[in-house]
Design a protein around this ligand. Structure first.
Ligand code: ATP
Ligand code: MG
Ligand code: MG
Ligand code: MG
Length: 563
């Protein structure tokens, strides 16, 4: 491709709202443009990277025998009613009506659709096992779209679904996906960890792992052991942590406190006299022996509280500190200054009105049971667990736990029969008995991958793409567009490289050398061929983007070196 015609401008500065290094670089280098919060256009450079990432994913999915299909983004709401998720999914689900007033949703994920397809297509065990996948645009009206492609409201996902006769079959399908994920992330040049995860809002009965690209900007905390291979996300690690306190003994009476002047978690933490470090806790409140309130956990670094339902089963909302304080507000908010804990009684009705707590359980059950002004007591004994850095490892008992940050780039999940049961996806087994299919689901954030890779592969001058996903393999930069000898040699190399089937970008613009080199560094194509003064002697400079050294090579050898 010719840079003179490339549909993208580079910028020296990123717009002020760009909130992550990968976001700033992708904008500055002309890979993506923002249309609205969390909604992006992929310009030609970005689209090329996206396509390369997609193809890596596609090749590795195909290698496992999974079959590619494409499902509609627009889905009838009835399907979501049948699975029970229409209410449960909450405001992240984009709902719309067609001209006949029929209800639809824009798919944030496709368990419902794929299970309905399976139900209508597969009747016999002879067609099992089967794994189906697609690479497709997903919609989630995220509460806090941010960090560019890392948390979009419209984004590209690879989602796969396996159907098996029994749990042993699911184990095999799951393992195949797990291994495929490793190959995918290896090929993308990512430094990552597969961590044990907690079953989130998707529900399910089996195991689950998240693949975390290591990066400080990551919104997830990875807990790993210094001496064995234990690695889990924070929720999972906390569930395995030893019980730290007997709550009943610690907080006989909740202390009420007023919050009008507290606006941030920092202020809350200091008002309570807590150590200014991460705090988290698990707590269930009861009134009249009914669990009515919620589990609250806080993370000072990201200044947000996660709220789970009383059964601790799912995350039903994430609120920033301001919202939590507004919703909990004095005098209904109270806290017990115990260790690192900050139990907060949430006024569920207000929280629901505010639209930040969602969930079927809460909608069907909690809310009805909450009476404003009633005296709710903390009554969760022995369920107070905090995983902290330096704790003993729950697997090997030795070694201290370490915390680090990660970006969830992939997620594999044993679903069991949650969807096949509610949507009636059955098949006849070899004895002719009707059986419910055992499912797994497997997601990769393909567009998120671009940002995760950019977070890990850049330097002070710009992006430095791994070869496997680079928009072009080689960048040919004639130093002076007015020098006929340089231009002729550059054009010759461009032709040779392309004839060898290699994608290349040639900077044929009439720009100062400084501008060309700055742009080349910013865009980050792995191999650079600079055609300068020595062109007359048939010599060019050959350089890798992420290395400082360069070598002078014969123009005749360039094509072979690029291969
Ligand atoms: P997160 O915890 O980051 O919100 P999730 O657990 O909700 O992600 P899944 O439902 O597991 O996401 O979806 C599968 C994959 O899709 C995720 O592992 C992630 O890589 C990607 N993904 C999820 N939400 C987004 C988003 N808003 N923008 C970009 N990619 C996303
Ligand atoms: Mg999410
Ligand atoms: Mg997640
Ligand atoms: Mg997930």
């Amino acid at each position: 491709m010719r840079q003179s015609t490339l549909f993208a401008q580079t910028y020296r500065e990123a717009p002020a709202e760009a909130d992550a290094i990968s976001h700033r670089l992708l904008l500055r280098a002309g890979f993506v443009r923002s249309l609205a919060a969390g909604i992006y256009a992929f310009l030609p450079l970005g689209q090329r990277v996206l396509r390369k990432a997609e193809n890596i994913v596609r090749e590795e999915m195909d290698r496992t025998g999974a079959q590619e299909l494409l499902m509609p983004a627009m889905q009838p709401a009835e399907l979501w009613e049948q699975s029970g998720r229409l209410g449960a999914y909450g405001p992240e689900l984009i709902r719309l009506k067609d001209r006949h007033e029929r209800d639809f949703v824009l798919g944030p994920t496709h368990e419902e659709v794929v299970t309905a397809l399976f139900r209508d297509e597969v009747g016999s065990y002879r067609k099992l096992p089967v794994t189906l996948y697609q690479i497709q645009t997903k919609f989630r009206d995220e509460r806090r779209p941010r960090f560019g492609l890392l948390r979009g409201r419209e984004f590209v996902m690879k989602d796969a679904y396996s159907f098996d006769e029994d749990w042993e079959g699911l184990d095999r399908s799951y393992r195949a996906m797990y291994e495929a994920y490793r190959r995918i992330f290896d090929r993308c040049g990512l430094t990552y960890r597969a961590v044990e995860a907690d079953a989130g809002s998707i529900g399910g009965e089996g195991g689950t792992h998240e693949f975390m690209a290591l990066a400080d900007i990551g919104e997830d905390t990875i807990v790993s052991c210094a001496s064995c291979d234990y690695a889990a996300n924070l929720e999972k690690a906390e569930a395995a942590a030893p019980i730290a306190h007997d709550l009943a003994a610690d907080i006989p009476e909740p202390q009420r406190f007023a919050t009008p002047n507290i606006r941030t978690i920092d202020e809350l933490v200091s008002a309570l006299g807590l150590p200014a470090s991460r705090f988290a806790k698990t707590m269930i409140y009861v009134a009249d022996d009914q669990p009515v309130a919620v589990v609250v956990r806080g993370d000072r670094e990201v200044n947000e509280l996660k709220v789970k339902n009383a059964l601790g089963a799912e995350t039903i909302g994430i609120a920033d500190a301001d919202t939590v304080l507004r919703v909990t507000g004095a005098p209904s908010g109270f806290a017990g200054p115990v260790g690192l804990s900050v139990p907060v009684l949430v006024d569920l009705e207000a929280a629901v009105e505010d639209g930040w707590i969602v969930g079927a359980n809460q909608a069907d059950y909690h809310v009805r049971n909450v009476v404003p002004g009633r005296d709710y007591r903390p009554a969760c004994v022995g369920d107070y667990r905090i995983a902290a850095e330096g704790d003993g490892c729950p697997r090997c008992g030795a070694g201290g736990l370490r915390f680090s940050r990660g970006i969830e780039v992939g997620h594999v999940f044993k679903l069991g029969t949650k969807y096949s049961e509610s949507l009636n996806a059955t098949f006849a087994d070899r004895d002719g008995n009707e059986k419910t299919a055992i499912m797994g689901c497997y997601g990769i954030g393909v567009s998120r991958l671009l940002s995760a890779i950019a977070e890990q592969h850049h330097d002070g001058d710009g992006l430095a793409w791994p070869m496997s996903v680079a928009p072009f393999r080689a960048h040919i930069v004639p130093v002076s567009a007015n020098d006929a000898v340089q231009m002729a040699l550059a054009e010759r190399l461009y032709g040779e490289i392309r004839a060898a089937g290699i994608d290349a970008l040639i900077d044929d613009r009439d720009e100062r050398p400084g501008v060309k080199f700055k742009d080349a560094d910013l865009i980050g194509i792995p191999i650079r061929i600079v055609v300068g003064k020595q062109a007359a002697e048939g010599l060019v400079e050959f350089k890798h983007r992420s290395r400082t050294d360069q070598e002078t090579v014969n123009a005749g050898d360039v094509c072979d070196k690029v291969k």
